[in-house]
Design a binder for this molecule. Structure first.
Ligand code: AMP
Length: 282
């Protein structure tokens, strides 16, 4: 694996590889890597000649400074994981490489409805930050294929929109969510939970399964209320539990029995914010 810290150097290297006919896959991350991240690397390795992973904890996407400060950093272990999973290139920039002119005058993106609901509503400015960093990273790496996780469902939709807005020639791949044996979605933030909290947090998965197993045409209101009750019973404080159209994220209050629906949850376990989602209609 080759490690680059400088944007200009990784760009030049990748450009040469592309000229030599190599297909480039890209997996952007914020580090504290787990098997979920590595599954994206695996997916990229299968479809590309070279896989690039970036590790950058992007300050502009954190609406909560405490969350940013406490974001786990395990860089030595990350490097070992990446070498073991046959990553070709690690891009590990400092903040000045990503934002050479500072963070105060970055572009704003028109994300419309997507930026106003769910994560956009509860984390103001979050998706602007995601677009700012992704725009820069996609410009530096210029991959053929981009791999991101369904775990961040709304983020996948936002980045697909960014690709359209910027007319980028990149194929987007949404990869399935990897879970712990009891169902908790793998997440770097799980490192901040103790054993009992992790156990209780599996209620998020159980709620999603409950919604999937019991979905019937008609009003969805009581159904959501029961899901929230199940979360609260397990010491989780939900920001939201919503059911939405899987392709537009328009919130669904009714189900006609045919529309593809996704259930999405964001909930705090103590001060650790966890998100998860599941397609609940076939
Ligand atoms: P993060 O480091 O949390 O920004 O995540 C980097 C990428 O890994 C994003 O595309 C996430 O959606 C994806 N990811 C995070 N957790 C998982 C998971 N449990 N399974 C699959 N992909 C994941």
């Amino acid at each position: 694996m080759i490690l680059f810290n400088k944007a200009a150097e990784v760009s030049a290297y990748i450009e040469r590889q592309k000229e030599a006919g190599k297909k480039i896959g890209f997996v952007p991350t914020m580090g504290a890597l787990h098997k979920g991240h590595l599954s994206l690397i695996e997916a990229s390795n299968l479809q590309n000649d070279l896989t690039v992973c970036s590790i950058f904890v992007n300050p502009t996407q954190f609406n909560d400074p405490g969350d940013f400060r406490q974001y786990p950093v395990t860089i030595e272990q990350d490097i070992r994981f990446l070498i073991n999973s046959d990553t070709d290139i690690l891009f590990l920039p400092g903040v000045e490489e990503i934002y050479p002119n500072g963070t105060t005058q970055l572009p704003e993106y028109d994300l419309g409805y997507l930026a106003k609901i769910l994560e956009g509503k509860f984390r103001p400015g979050h998706f602007q930050g995601v677009c700012q960093v992704m725009s820069r990273l996609l410009n530096i790496i210029s991959p053929h294929h981009l791999f991101m996780g369904q775990k961040d469902y709304q983020q996948c939709m936002v980045v697909k929109q960014l690709i359209k807005i910027e007319h980028l020639n990149i194929i987007f791949h949404t990869c399935p969510t990897l879970r712990e044996p009891e169902g908790l979605a793998m997440s770097s933030r799980n490192l901040r939970l103790n054993e009992e909290e992790r156990q209780k947090a599996t209620a998020i998965f159980r709620v999603l399964q409950y919604l999937k197993a019991n979905l019937r045409p008609g009003c969805l209101h009581e159904f959501k209320t029961e899901g929230i009750r199940m979360l609260e019973k397990n010491a989780l404080k939900p920001d939201y539990l919503e059911i939405a159209d899987a392709s537009t994220l328009e919130i669904a209050d009714q189900w006609d029995g045919s529309k593809k629906l996704v259930a999405l949850v964001a909930a705090f376990m103590r001060e650790v914010r966890l998100i998860d989602n599941m397609i609940i209609s076939e």
